[in-house]
Structures are given as C-alpha cells and as structure tokens.
Design a protein around this ligand. Structure first.
Ligand code: ADP
Length: 384
C-alpha cells in the first residue's frame, strides 16, 4: 500500500500545490486523482516517485518511508506514463519499450523479446516494432508508453493524464485496454485525470481534489455518485448522476422473457404460442438465434414475418456483462420499449420491458440501501 500521510507541497515561490493531503492507496487496484487544472494532481503523483519532495508529511510504501530507499530503486519499482507518451523520437518502438530492461542490464535479445511480448499485451501489432514514434498514431504511441512503463514489470504504475491528448473514440479504446491489462496484471495504479467520467470508469477509488491541493472526497465511484460530499464535488460530477450510477449494477438480476422470441422460419403453432404469452411484440431471430427485429403480434398472425418489414431491434445488451444502464439505454432507444439481451456470441437470450428494468433499478437501489455496496463495487467494471 502507498500511504500519503498529511503531505504538503509548497513550491519555492510560495504556491501551495498540495495541502495536508492524506490518502491510503490500496494495492492491485486503480486509484484515480481527479480535479480541476492546477489542483495538485501532478505534484502528488510526482511526490510518489520522488520527482518532487514534499515540504511536510511523508509517503510510505508498504510501511517504509520512500525517502529511506535509493531513489533509483524506488523509480524502477514504479512505471511512469505521461501525456503524449514521452517516447524517445530517435529510437524504434521496440527499443523504446526495451529501454528499462536494457538499463537493468538485460541482454539485447531478451529485452527485445520482452518488448514484443508487451506490444501484444497492450494491443499493438508487432509489425510496428521497427517503426519510429512519429510513424505511429497518437493512440498507438500512448500504447507504447504503457508498454514501456510495464517493461520491467514494476508493481506500481503512475499515469499522468495518459489518454488526454487523443480523440474520444481512441481514448475509450485505451481505457478499455487498461482495464483489461489491469485484470490480467493486477498492478497498483495511480492515475491522474481532469476528466470525471474517466475517473469513474477506471477507478476503484477516486480522490477528488479541489484547487489549493485539498482533498474534497475519497470514495469508490458509485459512492461519489450517490453521496457527493459537498456542492463542489456535486458540481464537478456533473449531470445525470442517477443514470450514470446504474453502470454499477449488473443486468443478471433482470427478469428476461424468452417466450416472445421466435425464429424467422417458425411455424404458425410456435408463433401462436409466442403471441399467447401476451407481449405486444415478438422478436424475430435468424437461424443462429441472432436478433433480426421486432414484429407486432398481429403481423405474424398469417405466418412468418417479412424481414424487410421488421422494426429495428436497436443495440442489444450483453446479459450479465452489460449493466442496468446499458439495458435501460436499449429499452429507451427501442421502438417497442423492450430491450434485447444477447449472449457473448450475439444470440438473443431474452427480452425485457422498460417496466421490468424500472423494477430492477428500484430493487437494486433498495438492496444497496442508498449507499455503494461492496457487491456493486465488484461489478463496477461491467461494460457500459
Ligand atoms: P494539476 O496536475 O492538478 O494541474 P499541478 O500539481 O501541476 O496541478 O500544480 C498545482 C499548483 O502548483 C498549480 O498552481 C501550479 O501552477 C503550481 N506549480 C506546479 N509546479 C510548480 C513549480 N515547479 N513551481 C511553482 N509552482 C508550481
């Protein structure tokens, strides 16, 4: 664990960048520091690897003051990723990634093998290994930056606005990739961002800082959304807190109905049985069970539906993996008001009405007792 204990940083010109900050940063999870520009996030991150020294207070790594160990050893145990990746422009991608292993005295061959392995891990085609940074897109460069930080397998990763300079689509890809890598590697990650949505998506714990380097709130994201500590945090979180919080509830508890699902080549008897279930619309699927679209019950009275006349089924949610927010979004956007649940392979596993989703939301809130439950945290990273 990294313990930041009543740390203050006063720069020589008198600026108080961080003011009596205390935080316990748990192992093997992502802790996010978020807040407006100038609130002391970067200063805090840099104090953890001793690029900046605190004016007062101390920082402990597994109980030992970080000032007690040699600074080189400390930094080697902490990968560091910055905005725009900070790659060496005159080194190839593979040599950029192999930088730290080479410094540690690994042989050239072993370092390059390690670099190739990391390229795959961060989702980079190894065909890019011989290129130079300027020959890569911003998103690819950022992946190289992550690979380089992971090269010597440090237990801690410090990330300073690593995804801020790329467009939103690439950014989402990088965030998803980081969560996937973290699932596999279980690093202790301290992640700085000014983007609250990024903080909520990535963090197991989120520290909201206010200008002057003071801690406003330190909590799991679902708890921030439920119970912001004060008007500053509430304002910083922005609109739609209730809807966004639904991302922390899984869809597995939804009461799916399977009776209204019919194959496109279903016989009259099967269609009649589906219609008898009472749902106003039937979901028509192809031979693999993948959804084709909705048909009104009466349109199927005379036999199989004309695929050209089906209503669009919208974007389905993956049952179990998708959140209640994803399910609600499907239902709200669906022309029938019903959401379609699919399995990993995209086959329809059930349909659910807006009303049933509303009931699931109410019972999730009731079980949660109005605060973020640990069980909700475990499911915190469900898609959407
Ligand atoms: P953030 O990362 O949240 O944008 P910083 O930690 O970079 O915030 O900066 C916090 C405050 O400290 C800001 O007011 C900034 O201008 C000031 N600051 C940062 N670095 C220095 C420095 N080397 N000397 C003086 N003031 C600094």
């Amino acid at each position: 664990m990294i313990r930041i204990d009543t740390v203050t940083k006063r720069y020589p010109d008198g600026t108080v960048a961080v003011d009596r900050l205390s935080l316990d940063i748990p192992d093997r999870s992502i802790t996010v520091l978020v807040g407006p520009s100038g609130c002391g996030k970067t200063t805090t991150l840099r104090m953890i690897n001793r690029m900046v020294d605190p004016s007062e207070g101390s920082i402990l790594l597994d109980g030992a003051d970080i000032r007690e160990q040699p600074v080189n050893a400390l930094r080697r145990s902490m990968g560091y990723v910055i905005q725009n990746a900070g790659l060496f422009p005159h080194r190839t991608i593979v040599d950029n990634i192999a930088t730290v292993p080479r410094l540690l005295g690994w042989g050239k061959q072993k370092s390059r093998e390690r670099a190739a392995e990391l390229m795959e891990r961060v989702g980079l085609d190894t065909a890019l290994a011989r290129r130079y940074p300027y020959q890569l897109s911003g998103g690819q460069q950022q992946r190289v930056g992550v690979a380089r930080a992971l090269a010597a397998d440090p237990p801690v990763l410090l990330m300073d606005e690593p995804f801020s300079a790329v467009d939103p689509v690439v950014r989402k890809g990088l965030q998803d990739e980081l969560l996937r890598i973290q699932d596999e590697l279980g690093k202790t990650i301290v992640f700085v961002t000014h983007d609250i949505d990024e903080a909520i998506k990535l963090g197991s714990m989120v520290a909201v800082l206010r200008t002057g380097g003071r801690l406003a709130q330190y909590a799991p994201p679902a708890e921030l959304l439920t119970a912001p500590a004060d008007p500053f945090v509430e304002d910083f979180l922005g609109a739609d807190r209730g809807i966004r919080r639904l991302s922390f509830f899984g869809s597995r508890g939804l009461d799916l109905r399977t009776a209204p699902i019919v194959a496109a080549d279903a016989g009259a008897e099967r269609i009649a049985a589906a219609a008898a279930d009472g749902a106003p619309y039937l979901l028509v699927t192809d031979g693999d069970g993948k959804p084709l679209g909705w048909a009104a019950r009466e349109d199927l009275a005379d036999g199989p539906a004309d695929p050209a006349r089906l209503l669009p089924h919208g974007r389905p949610f993956v049952y179990g993996e998708g959140s209640l927010r994803a399910a609600l979004d499907c239902a709200v956007l669906s022309p029938t008001g019903w959401a379609v649940a699919v399995d990993d392979a995209g086959r329809a596993v059930g349909v659910v009405s807006q009303q049933a989703i509303g009931e699931a939301i109410r019972s999730a809130h009731a079980e949660d007792g109005g605060a973020a439950a640990p069980a909700a945290e475990a499911e915190a990273k469900v898609a959407g």
